[in-house]
Design a protein around this ligand. Structure first.
Ligand code: NAD
Ligand code: GLY
Length: 363
């Protein structure tokens, strides 16, 4: 069994990440190492429960944990107050106190809402992330952003609240459908673009192995992605500056998701489109070459991701983008790629012209 370990260094809020193939049964060992409370509730949806709930229950019960479970409905539309209350209701019914802990087993929806439940119950109880989608393994489980949605927008209610441990078994990705897998790959490619050109090239060279979901290749990709994210979070935990670079392609991507009603595009798919648009803008601003734009576009396409923006009027896109969290004092700030492997955040004076040109050039 291959196991890679790393630490997210945040002083007294530091935590371990384990990455491996077939390490789900070792969850109890990891919990013991971090002195996690002995009374736990696992939060999952019915699908993830049926796939991996048994293995986790067996690991915890055989190690003497007092095990409880809380089942939440599957889907982004349930990342809301009603589901949050369901988790809190369960914790109260099971008599949870501050010497108890939560375990999020599932994708980013489960991780975000379970993390927020942990942040808010009794003003904060410990929790652990056990991500089972690629997106959750390389992004949402690391860094401590927890949230629920408000009818007016995604992730509007939340807290920065770090987990005690992140437990990543890449074997769980075998059951993920192709579209979810591709959506997670968009975020993996993002790390190459913002921080590591050789990783970007490695992804291109190892595309086949990754798409076949070869364990070694997956461990390597997830590990590098987590390392890059951890390094960024370590210097800017609360997104005062540098953490914003994790949002490459997200401003346009969020507009695509928003305008299409959050149903047509998976988040990673919209981000893929956004990263291509940003690459064109970066080229226009002399930050990268035409060859870089082609390489970004081709790698995303090779991972079965969309790269063409849906056909909305430019003003509609601009309105949607101005609702982005990175808008400061009415000015749009964009993460732009400098070549491949580096990036910067820049305030944009003429977004209408730049985006209109980029959209024209992509056609
Ligand atoms: P998701 O949690 O909805 O999971 C996608 C689907 O895959 C669900 O139907 C789920 O039941 C299923 N699933 C989960 N694991 C599976 C497995 N191993 N095999 C088969 N099916 C499986 O979606 P997601 O893409 O994982 O996460 C998206 C969420 O993450 C959004 O709410 C987004 O806001 C959030 N997010 C948070 C952060 C952060 O930093 N906290 C970062 C990025 C995204
Ligand atoms: N997914 C962006 C962040 O964690 O900051």
């Amino acid at each position: 069994m291959k196991l890679k370990r790393m630490v997210v260094g945040l002083g007294e809020r530091s935590y371990s990440i384990w990455i491996g193939g077939g390490i789900l049964p070792r969850l109890s060992q990891a919990l013991q190492e971090v002195n996690f409370p002995k009374k736990v509730a696992v939060v999952f949806n019915p699908l993830v429960q049926s796939l991996y709930g048994g293995t986790v229950a067996e690991s915890l019960q055989s190690a003497g944990y007092e095990y409880h479970q809380i089942i939440i409905p599957d889907g982004e539309e349930h990342k809301n107050w009603t589901t949050l209350q369901k988790i809190h209701d369960g914790l109260i019914a099971y008599g949870f106190d501050r010497q108890s802990g939560l375990i999020a087993l599932g994708g980013g929806v489960t991780g975000d809402i379970c993390g927020f439940a942990a942040a808010t119950f009794l003003r904060g109880i410990p929790y652990v992330q056990v991500p089972t989608t690629l997106l959750a393994q390389v992004d949402s489980s690391v860094g401590g952003k927890t949230a629920i949605n408000h009818p007016k927008g995604k992730n509007l209610i939340g807290a920065f609240y770090q987990p005690r441990h992140v437990h990543i078994d890449v074997d769980t990705l075998q059951s993920l459908d192709a579209r979810e897998f591709a959506a997670g790959m968009a975020e993996v490619v993002k790390y190459g673009i913002i921080r590591d050109k050789s990783f970007f090239e490695w992804l291109s060279q190892n595309r086949e192995a990754l798409q076949k979901r070869d364990t070694e290749a997956l461990i390597r990709a997830v590990k590098r992605a987590c390392q890059i994210k951890a390094n960024i979070v370590e210097v800017d935990e609360r997104e005062n500056a540098q953490r914003a670079i994790l949002n490459l392609g997200h401003t346009f991507g969020h507009a695509v998701e928003n305008l299409s009603g959050y149903r047509t595009y998976r988040h990673g798919e919209a981000v893929a489109v956004g990263m291509v648009v940003i690459a064109h803008i970066s080229q226009r601003l002399d930050l990268c070459s035409a060859a870089d734009v082609v390489a970004i576009r081709q790698l995303l396409q090779a991972f079965d991701l969309p790269v063409m923006p849906p056909d909305y009027p430019i003003d509609t896109y601009l309105d949607a983008m101005m609702r982005d969290k990175k808008v400061l004092k009415g000015k749009l700030r964009l993460v732009l790629n400098r070549g491949i492997g580096d990036c910067l955040v820049r305030e944009i004076d003429e977004p209408a012209t730049l985006f209109a040109e980029a959209l024209n050039n992509i056609q």
